[in-house]
Design a protein around this ligand. Structure first.
Ligand code: CA
Ligand code: CA
Length: 83
């Protein structure tokens, strides 16, 4: 069964599973080193990077990706469903 990756709720939010949202965020990792740097995020998302970067090393690594998923859910109009 194929799962629709882009459905929209009635209030206009994009719906993604946790896995989908991680895949989506990993697209920012343009040099594919497994972490997202400040340079790789669009200017509008810098705040998200700052709040997700728990150890303040300037990169979002695999563990901190969950924080970024949270941020996307709270501030970017994305609804994350946990399966
Ligand atoms: Ca990177
Ligand atoms: Ca970090």
């Amino acid at each position: 069964m194929a799962i629709k990756s882009r459905c929209i709720t009635s209030d206009g939010k994009r719906v993604m599973t946790t896995e989908e949202s991680k895949r989506w965020l990993k697209k920012f990792d343009t040099d594919k080193d497994g972490r997202i740097s400040k340079e790789e995020t669009p200017p509008g998302s810098r705040l998200g990077l700052q709040s997700a970067d728990a150890d303040r090393n300037g990169f979002i690594d695999e563990d901190e990706l969950n924080n970024l998923v949270d941020f996307a859910q709270k501030h970017l109009g994305v609804k994350i469903i946990h399966l």
